[in-house]
Design a protein around this ligand. Structure first.
Ligand code: SAM
Length: 315
């Protein structure tokens, strides 16, 4: 009898996924981790009751997290990924021949080990690439203490709950800014604006209080149930947001970034055109942060507490 595994993230509605086979389930030092097979989504990773990725649609999120910031930069060489223990963002980052070193700072070693074991197609050879450095640490502490400077910092965290909550705060973003090279780019996942506008509002306000340019963008991630998914980008370099489709196409070719399944120069440029309800949240957050310079509250109020996924036998 198959298990049905329930995502417990949304307070007033639930999604249940059939687990035709549970490959791994453990309470790690940091979170509840379960990996299972589903006939529709393929192999699924859930952390603390929240769907993180599926092998069927992971390419969307990973391509938009990696290629939007890196293609927007003229010569990205040094990249830091915070979180991302599944290896998907790292895989995409290493497709850029200009990248000489990519550091992955992941808090939970179990995520990396189980990625290698249960969905090796996602990291591919990225963990073994000579340009890769893996650091097992809390990303919050890593950026607070590093002397290194990065062209791009990509925060591939889980939702602002559990171990990941610290990665959605003003202080963390401030330390990321310190660890960026001049004109560098910071990108973070920013949740589901239709359901959690506070997440987008909080991060945008913090970015606006720290950087000259703030530009959220969106993609449609089928396994993040609840509408279009937001990512947020911050930089002091105005050129980063002025790269046109022709130049993006040239950069992709020059860096030998092969065939992609979601990112194109047109999708890149179009992703920054937000629907009106999201643009309204962004404009208000930037105006509020710029009206009252200083520490803007990035802390996100209305996030549900992490709950391990419930399993229901088929009735
Ligand atoms: N795409 C997913 C999403 O948007 O929900 C995120 C995927 S990735 C698996 C998230 C990773 O962040 C997990 O491996 C988790 O262990 C890691 N993580 C959570 N908190 C962290 C922290 N404070 N420092 C470093 N990594 C952290």
């Amino acid at each position: 009898m198959d298990r049905w595994i329930e995502e417990t993230f949304h307070p007033h509605w639930r999604v249940r996924l059939e687990a035709s086979r549970v490959l791994h389930e453990v309470k790690t030092d940091h979170q509840h981790l379960i990996i299972f097979e589903n006939p529709t989504w393929g192999t699924v990773l859930m952390l603390d009751g929240v769907c993180q990725l599926t092998t069927s649609d992971e390419f969307i999120y990973h391509e938009m997290m990696a290629h939007v910031p890196l293609m927007a930069l003229a010569r990205p060489k040094r990249v830091l990924i915070i979180g991302g223990g599944d290896g998907g963002v790292l895989r995409e980052v290493l497709k850029h021949a200009s990248v000489v070193r990519a550091t992955l700072c992941e808090i939970d070693r179990t995520v990396i080990e189980t990625a290698r074991q249960h969905y090796p197609s996602i990291p591919g050879a990225a963990f073994e690439d000579p340009r890769t450095e893996i650091v097992i640490a809390d990303g919050r502490n890593y950026v607070a203490n590093t002397d290194e400077r990065f062209d791009a910092i990509i925060v591939d965290s889980s939702e602002p709950i559990g171990p990941s909550a610290v990665l959605h705060t003003h202080d963390f973003f401030q330390d990321c800014r310190r660890a960026l090279k001049r004109g560098g780019v910071l990108v973070t996942q920013n949740g589901l604006p239709f359901l959690f506008p506070d997440h987008l509002r909080g991060t945008t306000a913090a970015f606006a209080s720290l950087f000259k340019r703030v530009a959220p963008y969106m993609c449609t991630q089928p396994c993040y149930f609840g509408g279009p998914f937001a990512l947020n980008l911050a930089t002091d370099d105005k050129h980063v947001l002025k790269v046109d489709t022709k130049q993006l196409g040239k950069r992709r070719k020059k860096r030998g970034v092969g065939a992609l399944k979601y990112w194109t120069p047109e999708v890149h440029v179009g992703a920054f055109a937000l629907p009106a309800y999201a643009q309204e949240v962004v404009d208000a957050a930037i105006a509020a942060a710029r009206a009252k310079p200083g520490r803007a509250a990035a802390d996100i109020a209305s996030m549900p507490e992490p709950v391990a996924p419930r399993t229901e036998p088929e009735v």
